[in-house]
Design a protein around this ligand. Structure first.
Ligand SMILES: [Zn+2]
Length: 307
């Protein structure tokens, strides 16, 4: 059994509620003393103000450092609000195709220097840039892709998974599924390909068509980013007959920027099944809203398929 804690957008905690942010990481440390957790995964938008907001990055670093210090593997995706200049809020860069995808501040705080000593870090698409990277956690691969990943990144990701045919994979990318349970496409607000800086990339539907649908070992995709609803999910079968859970979660617009709510994800490789729940570190309790609790067999038994 593998156990993960998955944290969506922390941006408003970094900006407005550093004490709630710190409570979240302290609570995780406490939780890990009594429960097995293989890794903590953040889904991007660590901060709100991007490279201009060093104070927010400092807050996030101070809080997440506790997990590093405790030896708990900690993996990040890059969200649009983590870029040197935030993507998708109406500002356009003078030269979006050249500087739009810069993540120098993000990589300074949470990049290669932090990861190079970790034995669970494997490699990245670009040298010293970790927005496209992969990790070995237990017997699984965690694959992280940038906001609106480019075709070349999807090609690289395909090669990565081809090299690990016998390992199950969890895919992380900041924007993939909308809050209505559909993969992001032209109907979705805040779609990466609507922004000049990332219009060369792929939205959720394109990621599915070009990449995930061709894989045999991805068990789940987790993403955040979208608002205002908190949870959606779907289950689909790839061209290879592999069943994939796709899960959206984001509480950023709730009180205290979501209060640090997170997904507990348990994957059982023997039964090829996933159990998902939602934990609130402020109340220290599990919550049970609609679709908060999922128990999904992906194969080798009854399959749950959603239209
Ligand atoms: Zn976002």
């Amino acid at each position: 059994m593998h156990h993960f804690l998955i944290i969506p957008d922390t941006q408003y905690m970094a900006k407005n509620h550093p004490d709630i942010f710190l409570n979240m990481t302290k609570t995780i440390i406490q939780y890990c003393k009594d429960h097995p957790i293989d890794a903590v995964i953040q889904l991007g938008d660590i901060v709100d103000g991007g490279g201009q907001a060093n104070n927010e990055f400092d807050t996030a670093k101070e809080c997440f450092q506790l997990l590093d210090n405790a030896g708990i593997p900690l993996i990040f995706a890059a969200g649009n609000h983590d870029y040197d200049q935030v993507i998708g809020i109406g500002l356009t860069h003078p030269n979006p195709e050249v500087d739009g995808r810069n993540l120098s501040v993000y990589n300074h705080y949470f990049g290669y220097d932090r990861l190079k000593e970790k034995d669970w870090y494997i490699s990245s698409y670009e040298k010293n840039q970790v927005e496209n990277s992969y990790y070995k956690i237990g017997e699984m691969i965690i694959l992280v892709l940038e906001f609106g990943p480019r075709d070349s990144v999807l090609d690289w990701a395909h090669q990565v998974l081809t090299n690990y045919p016998n390992k199950k994979c969890i895919l992380i990318t900041h924007s993939y599924m909308y809050y209505d349970g559909k993969r992001t496409s032209s109907h979705s607000e805040h779609n990466p390909i609507h922004s000049p800086e990332t219009k060369d990339g792929n939205d959720g539907e394109m990621i599915w068509q070009k990449f995930i649908s061709k894989q045999s070992n991805i068990v789940a995709v987790f993403s955040g980013h979208h608002v205002p609803k908190n949870i959606s999910y779907r289950v689909d079968k790839t061209d290879k007959g592999n069943v994939v859970l796709q899960s959206f979660q984001n509480w950023q617009e709730e009180k205290y920027g979501g209060a640090g709510r997170m997904r507990l994800v348990q994957y059982d490789s023997k039964s090829n099944s996933l159990i998902l729940s939602v934990f609130n570190p402020l109340t220290k309790e599990f919550e049970h809203g609609k679709d908060y609790d999922l128990n999904i067999k992906l194969g080798g038994g009854e399959q749950v398929l959603i239209d």
